[in-house]
Each structure stands twice: as C-alpha cells, then as structure tokens.
Design a protein. Structure first.
Length: 285
C-alpha cells in the first residue's frame, strides 16, 4: 500500500485497512478511500467506475463517492475516491428510535425510486442480460436453497413456485446492495438520517423490484410498519400479485438465504409453505 501511494503520486499522512467489504479498501487520511480490485475482479472495477462517473447524481438525494484518481499498480486496478462521511447503518441500527427507523424506511424507499429513474442509456459496460441470468438461476434454484438448510417440505415447492416467472421488460439500474452495510447515516437536527450510499461494483440492469429485497429482508420486515413505509415511499402498492413477484425474485436472488432471514423468529420447519413465508416477509403491518 505504501509503495502504491508513493509510486502513484498520491499524497498521504496515514492509511489504514477498512475491515468490511469484499474488496480491499484503505482509508487515506480520513479524506479518501482507495479501493483495490484484484486482477480477477477487473469487471467490478469497470462497473463501479462507469456508475460513479457516468451517472447524473444531481437527481439523487444522498451523497456518493467521487473518483479523483484511478490506475493500475502491480496488476491491481484501483481508484481513489472521496470519503463519504457518516456511520454505517449496520453499526447503529439497534440504537435508532422507532421514529428514526421509520425515517430510514421512508428515505430509502425514496432514494431507490430516484435511482430507478436514472437514465440507463449512458451506461456502456453494465450487464443487460437479466433474462439469461434469470434462466440460469431457475436451473440452479433448488440446489441453491437446499444448500442453505431450507426445510425439505419448502424445497419441494421451490421449482414450481418460480417456474411461471418471466423477466419484466422494465429495466433500471440495480445495485442489489441497499443493505445496512452500504448505507451511511449522519445526525441531522439531532436525528439520525440516511445521507450516503457506497459500493456500486455489483450494479447491473434489470427488474426494479429486485432492489427492494435487500432493505426488506435485512432491515424492515421484522419490525412493524417499516416495510409498508418503505414501499409507499418507493411508490409500490402491495397486493397478492406483487407479493408473489417479490417472493419469486427472492428465491431467484443470487444471495438468497431464507433460513438466515428467519433466524430468531421461527424455525424453518415451522413455516407451512412458501406462500405463508411470503406473507411474513412482505407485509404492510
């Protein structure tokens, strides 16, 4: 890291490794983050660079990093980006008041709706293969969920549950990353507010509802009123058809792990059906 900073002419006083995330990231002087991409991760470098540099962020209500320098050192691509101030939502969620959590649900629904209005015609490198990706997910969906420890009687339902799923023709920029690990919070007038978003390396083009899963499953469905507030702010009216669609997308999601989501609420063996589980996950109560 020292050699990279010096050979790439990046001024610094101190630097330290950032603990979280799938990539190697360093904090440089509390002003910048330097994100490294291994040679086999060059696709992620290309995607995140394009999203950060080609997006009109003036229409979005939060801060995102700005790339100030990029290059390659010893086979590793990197970019130096501005540090977005704030605390990760994962670190302070349990400290938030009920009112602050409602505010997060509302603001995140609004943010995702703004992101989904972005002009995707500017992107040249992002994957636009949602149809073929869904087809591949369908082929492997039973094997994937069997590996998570899902109850056998639910595994038996999985293939039939997703069989009727056809990809939507509606396409937007998806991050798939609206989780508490990528959302930044700051105090505004004494209240914690959603103010920043980081990590765009997994962006792709696809169906809007896919992006709604992370916030609901990681943060909202376990507490009353949050999912309803989130969906209302996004602009989605929940009904049986949309609940089915969300559940199908959840089963097809590349990181789906239903036992983890239900951990602490009930044993998966107690869940009678995938339909009943969808009512638990996607509720307005």
């Amino acid at each position: 890291m020292k050699a990279l900073l010096e050979n790439e002419n990046i001024p610094y006083q101190t630097f330290s490794r950032y603990a979280l995330g799938g990539n190697v990231v360093y904090n440089v002087d509390d002003l910048y983050f330097l994100k490294l991409f291994a040679p086999f991760d060059s696709r992620e470098f290309t995607i995140e660079t394009e999203v950060l540099t080609q997006t009109d962020w003036t229409t979005v209500s939060i801060q995102v990093p700005e790339i100030v320098q990029r290059g390659m050192y010893d086979g590793w691509k990197y970019f130096l980006m501005t540090r977005v101030p704030g605390e990760l939502l994962i670190d302070i969620w349990d400290e938030l008041t009920a009112t602050e959590k409602i505010g997060v649900a509302h603001d995140l629904g609004l943010l995702i709706s703004q992101m989904h209005e972005l002009d995707i015609s500017k992107y040249r490198e992002l994957e636009n293969s949602f149809e073929s990706w869904i087809s591949l997910q369908k082929e492997n969906v039973v094997k994937h969920h069997a590996g998570t420890g899902m109850a056998p009687h639910l595994i038996e339902e999985v293939q039939d549950y997703v069989e009727s799923f056809l990809p939507s023709t509606e396409k937007v920029l998806l991050t798939g990353e609206y989780t508490p690990f990528n959302l930044l919070m700051n105090k505004v007038n004494g209240q914690w507010k959603l103010t920043g978003l980081i990590d765009f390396a997994d962006c792709f083009i696809g169906e809007p509802k896919y992006d709604l899963l992370g916030p609901i499953l990681f943060s909202f469905f376990k507490e009353p009123g949050l999912t309803g507030t989130f969906l209302n702010a996004y602009g989605l009216t929940l009904d049986d058809a949309k609940r089915l669609r969300l559940m199908q997308l959840l089963l097809l999601h590349r990181f789906s792990h239903l036992p983890n989501y239900m951990d602490g609420l009930m044993d998966m063996d107690e869940v009678k059906s995938l339909h009943k589980l969808s009512e638990r996950f996607f509720t307005l109560e």
